[in-house]
Design a protein. Structure first.
Length: 356
């Protein structure tokens, strides 16, 4: 009977000793938190070049709708669609019978006034005492007025020949012989007779997004491809920019002039414009993998004081490997997460490891 009791006492004592030993061991080794590791890189100074590819459209260098400067009936149409014209070339002739009648009337009046003036001047020269000076002055004034009306009428008649205001190509003809046209100088709704475009050079109009507008400065080189011409390419430079963003689209209009002596490039065509941009030699850059998009914006994750900080970022010039950091203002000592970003959140404590 004594043996079972002794065995139980020994077992209990052993259990207590093991429990105490285990508790003492746990107390002796404090908890050590294991921090997640992330790979980081430092911004570096690089000169990089990038490309901005945008679809633009071909527009004429100048475009006008030609109106009649004097109303009348179309007597002859001298030019048609596709005709090349020089500034001042006659496009059409009008007929205005009432105006021609006025011309004959004013010619007769001017002849009569001149004759009266000459007789009075002759009489005053031979008999000044009986020919008042005022009479001679009035005759001279009447002649001047008659000649002014005659000159005005002759000028109006010259407007019956409709002439090209610019050098270019007739792209539309909206009138036929016999049609009655009104003068466009007094009637804003008057019908235009022709549409004329100057197409050498042509303008390539490109809507540059706001994020790229800073790189589309005057003189920046570009390659222009024309899909409708079998992919033909020309080199050009930005000729002008609007220097403002369109309120509706947020784009800045950029224009490039392209010589077009053979008229192969036609207004209305689409063009693919590749604008080549470059950063300054001291541009602060990061690898492409450091940035990520969220809600239409670009961000970086940095490690500062051992914790993750997420900051919005604005890109500058970029190539396939690196991009220029426009905002925020970083230094070459900042630690930017390039690997492990998906495993942490803003505010997390991390252990940064520099990427070789």
């Amino acid at each position: 009977m004594k043996h079972p009791i002794n065995f139980l006492l020994c077992a209990c004592a052993t259990t207590l000793l093991v429990a105490c030993s285990s508790e003492g061991s746990t107390t002796a080794e404090p908890d050590k938190a294991i921090l997640p590791t992330v790979r980081v890189v430092n911004p570096a100074l690089h000169a990089i070049g990038g490309e901005i590819t945008i679809t633009g459209r071909v527009e004429p260098n100048e475009q006008v709708r030609v109106h009649a400067r004097e109303g009348g009936y179309v007597k002859r149409v001298l030019k048609d669609i596709g005709d090349r014209v020089q500034s001042g070339d006659a496009l059409a002739e009008l007929d205005a019978p009432d105006l021609l009648q006025q011309l004959r009337q004013f010619e007769a009046e001017a002849t009569a006034k001149r004759s009266i003036r000459d007789r009075i001047v002759s009489a005053r020269a031979s008999s000044p005492a009986i020919t008042p000076a005022q009479l001679a002055e009035d005759a001279e004034a009447d002649l001047v007025m008659a000649e002014a009306k005659l000159a005005t009428t002759r000028e109006r008649i010259s407007f019956l020949t409709v002439r090209a205001p610019i050098t270019g190509v007739i792209t539309r003809r909206m009138v036929d012989p016999g049609a009655l046209v009104q003068t466009g100088t007094t009637d804003p709704s008057a019908m235009a007779l022709f549409e004329l475009q100057a197409i050498d050079p042509v303008r390539i109009v490109v809507p540059v997004p706001a994020r790229d507008a800073v790189h589309a400065a005057m003189g920046t080189k570009a390659t222009i491809r024309f899909p409708d011409m079998g992919g033909a390419e020309v080199e050009a430079a930005i000729s002008r920019t609007s220097h403002s963003l369109d309120a509706a689209t947020g784009n800045m209009e950029v224009q490039l002039d392209v010589p077009n002596p053979d008229a192969r490039i036609q207004p209305g065509m689409f063009a693919t414009v590749v604008i080549r941009s470059s950063s300054a030699d001291s541009a602060l850059t990061l690898p492409t993998a450091t940035s990520f998009a969220q809600g239409g914006e670009h961000f970086l994750m940095l490690v500062r004081d051992g914790r993750v900080v997420q900051v919005p970022m604005k890109k500058g010039v970029a190539d396939k490997d690196r991009f220029q950091v426009m905002e925020p203002a970083l230094t070459v000592h900042d630690q930017v997460i390039i690997e492990g970003r998906n495993l942490v959140r803003e505010g997390d404590a991390v252990e940064p490891i520099n990427q070789d």
